[in-house]
Write a protein that binds this ligand. Structure first.
Ligand code: NFS
Length: 666
């Protein structure tokens, strides 16, 4: 593909994206899509067969028997490069979690402006998991203790990350027996960098063991901390009606797009946008109001809690600016393209950086501080409103889709059993009976080297037809939402008969939106609860479940995939494999083998890179059926279902009244 020029339809399946790509072409502007065509990927780097960890190189391994100057073999180089990706991804998620923990501490001590402990029930529940006393204590006292415990997880040197105790017992034993139970989040990341320095760990398998340990510190550590605290501060998500795609931008309001990952700033901007003084200020500027929307995982954070519309996923960040309708794009950390500033120069859009950790040359910096959160959020909004008068020509694609996000573990538990008997029993039963064939999580990014959204949507559609219940997060969930799969009734005509019955009985869409990328930790705790509920084995590795990251591009995605595998789940990524075999370098076969068969033997989950929708779907279903058989569950049979639920009722209603009784009772 590289070097060739694709059409807008080849770039993306999303009509709003196609329209904006045409506009970019008319205006002669570059986007990540066109840059991906122009930038031929380095073939040695694609296989990860180069090493620049010291200055004796950089070394490139292109033929049999060749090593780096230090003697490093292809497999050592590939394993080192892989684990460095895990370290960077785990660091990004976990540093986000650390900031959340510090915010919790400040909120507990009354040092912030505008934040409250919104979900006290979750605070008490989480605190009780670690034996933090809760009876007779104020929420602030409990939150203070929980914040201290969570902050301590980062610098902990020995023992195990406390949140590991939330994994099934059997899983913990697997980690213990392999010596990969994470000790402290920072320690594992630092050790990755130490081991991969010149002259350290030079055994691919041994290096990759530590990749598992580090990723576990992310999934069952940093990311889970971020999710827990976001819920405590901003509320555990519950279903809410939302909308996605660039059509959510407004023609006659000030558009502020929040982009990045941390919910602390975006939630405050949402709150500030509703303040009377800000509305007044916007009206004086000639606008009808302030319209907040999100891009990337920040979008998911405010969408699932407050119903704030999402303007798009990762590859739509530049396109939002191309509409000419965005007064300010407010960014914090992660997945923010430097190209935003360049494209914004052609419009009136202000790109505003807000994190202490992230500045972009040419962007305005308004640093966020939780202690003055509301004041700063208002400052940012006033800057955007002041910019409204500079708006030029506007072209907002008329595409927006409804969705129902907000399926947290707490909500799924409640929806399945009600307030008094909340439980996962109906879910486990549905899997055991075969109404639901299995569970699949589809997560992760977009990648302009692939057709935008195509893999996410196509794989989802195929699995739904096969009665697979989907949980999604991040850019994947936004892709599915744009395709109409995240609404209850509308999505159901596309799903298999058994899954349809379950969705109708419970009143849920066939694709459950679980949040942002750090919320992949919710998928882990959901799987732990499935095990705890009983009937589907004693360990996550026994559940008929598969993890997919169809359009991945970031190091965070590699960390996620690794902790999902380490938790016992078969995981498939597609697009570019970060570690690939070169037939001319036999040693380059070793690491892909270690990640798949090697890890399966150790942890019960394996990581594979497959670049074809049909193969992804068939391997996913094959794995689910294999796990069903191992559990002694009935083989999946779509013929067995579809004779109850709403479709059956509709059929019965067409019968003469006298025949209905017989139809129902036989
Ligand atoms: Ni996660 Fe990918 Fe970024 Fe979110 Fe989207 S690109 S690894 S899904 S926004 S983090």
């Amino acid at each position: 593909m590289a070097g060739t020029k694709r059409t807008p339809e080849e770039f993306s399946i999303d009509p709003a994206t196609q329209e904006m790509l045409l506009r970019a072409e008319e205006l002669g502007l570059e986007t990540a899509f066109s840059r991906a065509d122009a930038m031929k990927a380095c073939p040695i780097g694609s296989d990860n067969l180069c090493c620049k960890n010291c200055s004796m190189g950089p070394c490139r391994i292109v033929k049999e028997g060749q090593t780096g100057v230090c003697g490093a073999t292809a497999d050592t180089i590939q394993a080192r490069n892989f684990i460095r990706m895990v370290a960077a991804g785990a660091a990004a998620h976990s540093d986000h979690g650390r900031d959340m923990a510090f915010t919790l501490k400040e909120v507990a001590n009354g040092e912030t402006q505008g934040y409250v402990l919104r979900d006290v029930a979750k605070l008490r529940y989480i605190a009780s998991k670690y034996a933090i006393p809760i009876e007779g204590r104020s929420p602030s006292e409990i939150a203070n203790d929980l914040a201290d415990l969570y902050i301590a997880q980062f610098g902990q040197q020995e023992g195990q990350v406390a949140l590991i105790s939330r994994a099934p017992k059997k899983r913990q034993e697997v980690w213990e027996s392999l010596g990969i139970t994470p000790r402290g989040v920072d320690r594992e990341v630092v050790e990755c960098l130490h081991r991969t320095h010149i002259g350290d760990d030079q055994d691919a398998e041994h290096i990759l063991d530590h990749a598992l340990q580090t990723a576990l510190a992310d999934g069952w550590g940093g990311s889970l901390i971020a999710t827990d605290i976001s819920d405590i501060l901003f509320g555990s998500p519950a279903p809410i009606l939302g909308e996605v795609n660039l059509g959510v931008l407004s023609e006659d309001q000030v558009n502020v797009v929040v982009h990045g990952h941390e919910p602390t700033l975006s939630n405050m901007i949402v709150a500030a946008s509703q303040a009377p003084d800000i509305l007044e200020y916007a009206k004086k500027a000639g606008a009808k109001g302030v319209n907040i929307s999100g891009i990337c995982c920040t979008a998911n954070e405010v969408l699932m809690r407050q119903g704030i519309p999402a303007a798009g996923n990762f590859l739509q960040q530049e396109l939002a600016i191309l509409t000419g309708a965005v007064e300010a794009m407010v960014v914090d950390v992660q997945c923010i393209m430097q190209a935003l500033v360049g494209i914004a120069e052609n419009f009136h859009t202000e790109v505003i950086t807000t994190s202490k950790k992230v500045k972009i040359k040419g962007a305005r910096h308004i640093e966020f501080d939780e202690k003055k959160a509301l004041d700063i959020a208002k400052d940012i909004l006033r800057t955007a409103i002041d910019n409204y008068k500079n708006r030029g020509a506007v072209q907002i694609p008329d595409h927006r889709s409804p969705l129902i996000p907000g399926f947290s573990q707490e909500y799924i538990n409640y929806s399945l059993g009600g307030s008094y008997r909340s439980s996962f029993r109906p879910l486990n039963d549905a899997v055991m009976s075969g109404r639901i064939r299995g569970l699949v999580g589809i997560v992760g990014c977009n990648n302009p080297r692939e057709q935008h959204d195509y893999f996410h949507v196509k794989v989802a559609e195929e699995l739904l037809k096969n009665d697979v219940l989907l949980v999604e997060t991040g850019c994947s969930s936004i892709a599915s939402a744009k395709a109409g799969l995240l609404v209850g009734e509308a999505g159901l005509d596309q799903v298999g008969p058994g899954l349809r019955e379950v969705c109708e009985a419970i009143g849920m869409p066939p694709v459950l939106h679980m949040g942002s990328c750090v919320d992949n930790s919710r998928i882990l705790t959901v799987l732990a609860q499935v095990v705890e509920e009983g009937g589907l084995g004693e360990d996550i590795s026994q559940i008929p479940v598969v993890g997919l990251a169809p359009e991945w591009m970031s190091e965070k995605a590699i960390s996620i995939a690794t902790y999902v595998v380490a938790s016992g789940v078969y995981t498939i990524m597609s697009g570019t494999a970060p570690i690939d075999s070169n037939p001319k370098v036999p040693d380059s076969m070793i690491v892909p083998e270690l990640l798949s068969a090697g890890w399966e033997k150790k942890v019960g989950g394996k990581l594979e890179f497959i670049n074809d929708v049909d193969t992804i779907v068939s391997k996913t279903l094959e794995h689910i059926d294999k796990k069903r058989a191992e559990l002694g569950l009935p083989a999946y049979d779509p013929e067995a279902f579809g004779k109850s639920g709403d479709s059956r009722m509709l059929e019965i209603e067409t019968l003469p009244v006298v025949d209905r009784r017989e139809a129902i009772y036989g």
